[in-house]
Write a protein that binds this ligand. Structure first.
Ligand code: GMT
Length: 380
């Protein structure tokens, strides 16, 4: 099959999922065309089945805001037509679903039929999409999609709650490629960050308000008061300077290392003992799954789709949003007993294995087949 994938190429779970999906489809012999405004950062290998088309938005002085969505629609028309794509799969509704709809209509006027699938990832629904400045367009574009998927049951329910959606939403969970997480040489690397054998906690995110990174610092501070521990922060975003301020206030800076954006998080996750994810809302929590695939148990909030990923008391623990005392208590429970830590590590890995690409890819392929053959049942 010839598939066009649209996603955000920058750091972020939706772009990671879209890129890894495209790579896996290419390995299975499908021709995969990425249509994005820059090369997706995980699109890091060459394959005869992988193609990249840049959406280049030129800077015209009349525009205070460049019309990216129109340029994307035009590019989709061009690529579908000349590469004879069977299907478009857009990740993150804003503005990809409406751009795909526009392209589909233009192509239809030229006698070309191309269906499009929209995968909802989280903030396109729970934060941005329901905002009145987006809602009417998003509702329309979602309903016009030939098929809809959500990355968790929780996101599916949120979509029905916030939007007047008339279509069935298929839940296809996010995934990891378990083979990518078999990293060696961890003992040596761990000494760099925990020279005295301290326990190593880690947080990976885009440092937006919704991640409540302040809570990560507060949980770490409580843990550090009881046992020798270090914290690694991976990622970057608008809250980064506030986080630095708080670490000075808490006097924890000496025990915290900020690594910024990291392309291959599995290298650093491999040396960690515990992952912290304190988000206000999280429709799936791909970073938690990546940690678990690295045998790192997860202390998280119990919001959104996280209970579908992290199993309380097995792969880690979950607490209410903002309950840093409970999170610190659970972190210590895991870290203070080395036998228990090993058990949680092994459980985390077993839980992650349920989301291996080998299990999830066939779900997407089945959906593609049914949409392309026109047999997909769309009405709720
Ligand atoms: O957190 C964001 O706003 C980024 C967004 C993205 O584009 O990566 O994350 C969402 O999609 C991820 C991939 O499906 C999910 O794992 C995240 O849980 C989801 N973020 C939120 O719901 C806050």
């Amino acid at each position: 099959m010839k598939i066009g994938i649209v996603c955000y190429p920058t750091f972020g779970g939706s772009g990671v999922v879209a890129t890894e999906l495209g790579k896996a489809l290419a390995l299975k012999g499908h021709k995969v065309h990425f249509i994005t405004y820059s090369q997706p950062f995980r699109l890091d290998y060459v394959s005869e089945n992988l193609f990249y088309h840049e959406v280049a938005v030129s800077d015209y002085p009349l525009f205070d805001y460049q019309p990216y969505e129109l340029v994307l629609s035009s590019k989709l028309v061009d690529v579908v037509k000349y590469e004879e794509l069977d299907l478009l799969h857009v990740h993150y509704a804003i503005p990809h679903a409406s751009a795909a709809y526009m392209a589909k209509q233009i192509l239809a006027s030229q006698g070309i039929h191309v269906p499009f699938i929209t995968t909802l990832h989280g903030t396109d629904i729970t934060l941005l999409g329901k905002d009145p400045s987006f809602e009417p367009v998003i509702t329309f574009a979602i309903n016009q999609s030939d098929a809809l998927t959500a990355v968790s049951e929780s996101l599916k329910q949120d979509t029905y709650k916030y939007f007047n959606v008339t279509k069935e939403i298929a839940v296809i969970p996010n995934f990891i490629c378990l083979n990518d997480y078999k990293v060696n040489n961890t003992v040596c690397q761990k000494k760099i960050y925990a020279p005295l054998g301290e326990k190593l906690l880690i947080h990976v995110s885009n440092f937006r308000k919704v991640k409540r990174v302040d809570d990560v610092l507060r949980v770490f501070d409580k843990v550090r008061q009881k046992i020798p521990a270090k914290l690694i922060l991976v990622g970057d975003g608008p809250e980064r300077s506030n986080v630095e301020k708080l670490c000075r206030e808490l006097n924890t800076c000496d025990d915290i290392r900020s690594l910024g954006k990291v392309t291959n998080p599995e290298q650093i996750l491999a040396i960690a003992d515990l992952f912290l994810l304190t988000s206000e809302t999280e429709s799936f929590g791909l970073s938690a799954l990546e940690a678990m695939a690295s045998k790192v148990p997860v202390i998280s909030t119990n919001t959104g789709g996280l209970p579908e990923v992290n199993v309380n008391g097995y792969s880690g623990f979950m607490s209410n949003v903002g309950d840093v005392d409970d999170m610190a208590k659970n972190a210590l429970y895991i870290l203070e007993d080395s036998k228990r830590l090993e058990e949680f590590k092994s459980n985390a890995y077993q839980q992650a294995a349920k989301f291996d690409i080998g299990k999830i890819l066939p779900m997407y392929e089945k959906l593609y087949d049914s949409v392309v053959s026109g047999k997909y049942l769309v009405i709720k």
